[in-house]
Design a protein around this ligand. Structure first.
Ligand SMILES: [Zn+2]
Length: 104
């Protein structure tokens, strides 16, 4: 994640996004009378679509001027890492996020 120079601003922005996503989740749960995991999977898919749209805007022929160069596998891995770090309880999180040692 690209942080600003002010950690408090980063935290505030993250809190605002969290509240907005939580509001969307609650609305979808209520309106659709859906199960929590169904709504969460739909939200995760929506985030993936946002990634794809933003990445496409940074590739030929569109080339956004900001200079970011998408790398789909590394970027999706970073998104998975962020999801796991935020979602898993601390002991599981540290196990799930530790580097894989050796190869099968
Ligand atoms: Zn850009």
């Amino acid at each position: 994640m690209h942080d600003t120079a002010d950690p408090a601003t980063d935290r505030d922005n993250a809190d605002i996004l969290h509240q907005r996503v939580l509001t969307l989740f609650c609305e979808a749960l209520e309106v659709n009378e859906a199960q929590p995991m169904d709504v969460l999977e739909t939200l995760a898919a929506a985030l993936g679509k946002v990634y794809r749209e933003v990445a496409d805007a940074h590739m030929p022929p569109r080339h956004c001027v900001c200079g970011w160069q998408p790398s789909a596998y590394a970027d999706v891995h970073a998104l998975q890492y962020a999801l796991a770090r935020a979602a898993l309880p601390a002991p599981l999180s540290s196990l799930a996020l530790s580097p894989v040692i050796g190869h099968a």
